[in-house]
Design a protein around this ligand. Structure first.
Ligand SMILES: [Zn+2]
Length: 125
């Protein structure tokens, strides 16, 4: 049974590497599922190195964004300017659709997270 063909983006997410790195290492045309499993089991030097750097407290290459209202998820490259989000919500939901902040919390909304999210940051004052 031949595995599914994964796109370059899916390969990068699966291996937790950047798309640039996938391209640099000849994975630009994507890979089959079984080829990825083989690569994960016996990582080449560049992949082992990338993973070692990651466990030393490096930032995750991919973050999973999940809408608190409808459950929509998206993988995105985390941005340096992102704070710690309390919730993420799709931009098209009404603000009151998300869980309300506690009475002693102030909510800030941060637009432009991923392709369709608003980041909600609740700070206790
Ligand atoms: Zn949503």
């Amino acid at each position: 049974m031949a595995g599914r063909m994964l796109s370059k983006r899916e390969v990068a997410q699966r291996l937790d590497i950047s798309i640039e790195m996938a391209t640099r290492h000849g994975l630009a045309d994507g890979m089959r599922e079984e080829a990825i499993v083989a690569l994960e089991q016996e990582p080449p030097t560049w992949l082992a190195q990338s993973r070692a750097n990651r466990t030393k407290g490096g930032r995750a290459v991919w973050a999973t964004l999940t809408c608190v209202v409808c459950g929509f998820t998206e993988s995105a490259r985390p941005k340096k300017w992102w704070p710690e989000f309390t919730y993420l919500s799709c931009r098209d939901h009404a603000p009151q659709d998300a869980p309300a902040p506690a009475a002693n919390q102030h909510r800030t909304e941060i637009d432009g997270v991923g392709s369709r999210f608003v980041g909600l940051v609740d700070v206790t004052f």
